[in-house]
Design a protein around this ligand. Structure first.
Ligand SMILES: Cc1ncc(C[n+]2csc(CCOP(=O)(O)OP(=O)(O)O)c2C)c(N)n1
Ligand SMILES: [Mg+2]
Length: 322
């Protein structure tokens, strides 16, 4: 029996809905970016939805997360407001950062999200610090750091893992191995293994199929239980793939077509949909109607965001720390 039918019967459908929402959101951002509507660079999460959604499903509402530069999916999976998120990406005053921060500076205290982050590995010390706070004040919540394979070669990540292991901090390190850092293959810049980086600190590692949301959910559940029981950090390495280039608009000429095709066949949303239908929990037709509905809702949200005002030029010097 799969986890979908093992757990609450609605779990599989809820996970499906969340992943489909993130995909629809990201594909809308892609088309807005292509139309020149998105200021600056934006990095899309399409393909990696199972990671944010599977981990988030294992969390409580007061748990804290820290995201990375490809972070819209984490914001939505934690219950962020798609309208405020879209407004921020489009630089509108109703956005999370009043339209001044954009895609890589989304901060949402209401969902305990320490933010998307333009510094590779930058969310790791934030989440580790939050876990130290939780331990110090004896709070029940735990912290999660999401980061890419590229971050696994950043010194700060090892410094954090070292202290988190020593102090048994309640933190999950979630590495989204999409096999590329910008335009460079992970193997070309990484000695040893990703798992080995945590193993040297005595941190247990789960290496899982990051395209399988139920596998992510199960691994995250185990790691969360360890953290809550005071047993310290876990590293989860999720094998995944970004369907987009590094940023929206990147043509990805550096990727092998056959490999990209093989990963496309592992689409996490399609995979879960087939499984739910096979288990009789829903029908393929119902899922395709649901996706159409979600896409139309997200399109309406994007139009609403586009109609919102941009910050007035005269407000340029407001909200500055000097
Ligand atoms: C400290 C730092 N170094 C370099 C960069 C430039 N940079 C932005 S994203 C990126 C690649 C990150 O790769 P990965 O962590 O695998 O995440 P992915 O983009 O694959 O999701 C790099 C090198 C940066 N933003 N911060
Ligand atoms: Mg990567």
């Amino acid at each position: 029996m799969s986890a979908a039918s093992n757990s609450a019967p609605d779990l599989g459908l809820a996970l499906y809905r969340q992943m489909a929402t993130i995909r629809a959101f990201e594909e809308r951002v892609r088309s807005l970016s292509a139309a020149g509507q998105v200021p600056g660079l934006t990095h899309l999460y399409s393909g990696q939805e199972a990671v944010a959604v599977g981990v988030s499903a294992a969390l409580q509402s007061d748990d804290v997360i820290a995201s990375h530069h490809r972070g819209h999916g984490h914001c939505l999976a934690r219950g962020g407001d798609p309208l405020r998120l879209m407004a921020e990406i489009l630089g509108r005053t109703s956005g999370y950062g009043l339209g001044r921060g954009g895609s890589m500076h989304i901060l949402d205290p209401a969902t305990r999200n320490l933010g998307t982050n333009g510094i590779v590995g930058g969310g790791v010390p934030l989440a580790t610090g939050a876990a130290l706070t939780a331990k110090t004040v004896r709070a029940a919540w735990i912290a999660v750091a999401f980061f890419g394979d590229g971050a696994m070669n950043q010194g700060i990540v090892f410094e954090c893992m070292n202290m988190a292991a020593l102090w048994k901090l309640p933190v999950l390190y979630v590495c989204e191995n999409n096999h590329y850092g910008e335009f460079t293959r992970i193997d070309d810049v990484t000695a040893g293994t990703l798992a080995g980086r945590a193993a040297v600190f005595g941190i247990p590692v789960a290496e899982i199929d990051g395209m399988d949301v139920l596998a992510v959910y199960a691994a995250a559940g185990d790691a969360v239980a360890r953290a809550r029981e005071g047993e310290g950090p876990t590293l989860i390495v999720c094998d995944t793939w970004r369907f987009s280039g590094h940023h929206a608009g990147d043509k990805q000429s550096y990727k092998d077509d056959a490999e990209a095709k093989a990963w496309a066949a592992k689409d996490p949303i399609e995979t879960l949909g087939r499984r739910l239908a096979a288990e009789g929990l829903t029908e393929a037709q119902a899922l395709s109607a649901l996706r159409k509905q979600i896409e139309s809702d997200i399109a309406a949200i994007a139009e609403q965001a586009r109609a919102m005002p941009e910050p007035a030029p005269a407000s340029l010097q407001e909200h500055l720390h000097a």
